[in-house]
Design a protein around this ligand. Structure first.
Ligand SMILES: [Zn+2]
Length: 335
């Protein structure tokens, strides 16, 4: 967390009483669960149902609901978004979206947009970051033979120097070297296929269809959730276009929505232009906090996922942060 944000969080109680600005807001989460999710817990912390419901109650008290159809219509026709409205979004197509989030949203009449990675849907493949969390979980909780630990360290091009060091190396594994995780899995007796089969961590197509029929919106989030900055412009384009196309074709969806995975930092305007060419009605979402974007129809979001802060703290802090950024001319993302 940045210095300014830290400072603002220390004043969160004071900021709670400030008048909120009128802009529409776009919070994002990945998942919500009362259970320990071993594939998530070592990469980021999440809220439980009670905390999530408290967030929704705050939002419903302070903000108007922004329906995805109205959101799309405003962006595509250059109309201003309804004042002080909110639209929730959820990335990665996790199964709790169906089992936990969807029933809560449905009962409260709150709409949302869900961004899917088509290689994960129907539990076909495991996201490599989720694989990292599972390996870390195993190393922390299971006894592993020293020889296996040493071999794992070797695979990561380091010498074994304690489990903590090995865990920090595992956490650092990034695309395109994530193939090494399969080899570590084998050494530790772990299997991604078994985990996918038994836990079913992602949404199924049938669940998406049911939610779509209830009025929830869906968009692409790349095919594989690779970090885009590590891909060539051509590969970036393919990852994005294939995912948006898949969501539209597979679920018979007329609109085009996309959210950037990891970060939208450094994405050039030329990429946006080629995407608009492919999908003339495309609306995109980033995750760089409350900021304006120079790319047309690119809406920035902020995370509400941190369980240490309720929406009542996070939202006034995010809005105050946006004001500070405006003062120092950092409120606009130039591409
Ligand atoms: Zn994601």
């Amino acid at each position: 967390m940045g210095l300014i944000k830290n400072m603002l969080y220390s004043q969160a109680r004071l900021l709670r009483n400030m008048e909120l600005s009128d802009q529409a807001i776009f919070p994002y989460y990945h998942t919500v669960s009362n259970d320990d999710l071993p594939h998530v817990k070592h990469i980021y912390p999440i809220k439980d149902e009670k905390q999530f419901i408290a967030d929704l109650e705050y939002l419903a008290r302070k903000y108007k609901i922004l329906y995805p159809s109205v959101f799309m219509e405003c962006l595509l026709n250059g109309k201003p978004l309804p004042e002080r409205s909110f639209l929730l979004t959820f990335d990665d197509g996790m199964s709790e979206v169906y089992h936990v989030i969807y029933p809560i949203l449905k009962s409260k009449g709150i709409p949302a947009v869900f961004f899917l990675n088509n290689s994960f849907i129907d539990n076909k493949n495991l996201f490599y970051r989720h694989q990292i969390s599972l390996i870390v979980n195993h190393l922390l909780n299971e006894k592993t033979e020293l020889s296996a630990l040493q071999k794992a360290a070797e695979l990561l091009k380091t010498a074994f120097d304690g489990t903590d060091k090995l865990i920090s190396e595992i956490r650092k594994v990034e695309f395109p070297f994530h193939g090494v995780l399969e080899q570590v899995n084998e050494l530790l007796g772990l299997s991604s296929e078994d985990f996918l089969e038994t836990t079913r961590p992602y949404l199924s197509s049938a669940q998406v269809v049911e939610m779509k029929n209830e009025g929830f919106y869906f968009g692409g989030h790349t095919v594989n959730h690779f970090p885009l900055r590590k891909l060539s412009p051509e590969e970036q384009k393919k990852e994005i276009i294939d995912s948006v196309k898949w969501v539209k074709d597979h679920f018979d969806i007329p609109y085009s929505l996309f959210a950037f995975p990891f970060s939208d930092k450094g994405i050039r305007l030329s990429l946006f232009e080629s995407l608009y060419e492919e999908f003339p009605g495309l609306v995109l979402m980033g995750n760089s906090g409350i900021r304006k974007d120079t790319a047309p129809r690119m809406v920035q979001r902020f995370s509400l996922e941190d369980p240490n802060y309720s929406a009542e703290d996070t939202i006034p802090v995010a809005l105050a942060h946006a004001q500070v950024n405006k003062l120092i001319f950092r409120n606009k993302i130039r591409r």
